[in-house]
Design a protein around this ligand. Structure first.
Ligand code: ZN
Length: 76
């Protein structure tokens, strides 16, 4: 009896999982990298300034891609 291992063809889904999410945290939609803040404090300060100057409602969040902080649109 030939024990042939079947199912060698595993169709892998394209990489759109974790790495894609990570990259999305770091890059803007237009392909430019987002402004990076080394600390949450600086990101917070900038988000407050943008709110006062431009009325932007941005939340600081930790970026898993570059280990820094970015400002993003508040999602509800
Ligand atoms: Zn980043």
């Amino acid at each position: 009896m030939a024990k042939a291992r079947r199912g060698g063809k595993r169709s892998r889904p394209p990489r759109s999982g974790d790495s894609g999410d990570m990259a999305r945290e770091h890059w803007r939609a237009d392909g430019q990298p987002k402004t990076r803040f080394p600390t949450q404090t600086e990101a917070n300060r900038s988000s407050l300034r943008l709110r006062l100057e431009e009325g932007a409602d941005l939340d600081p969040y930790r970026c898993r891609y570059c280990d820094g902080w970015h400002l993003g649109n508040r999602q509800s």
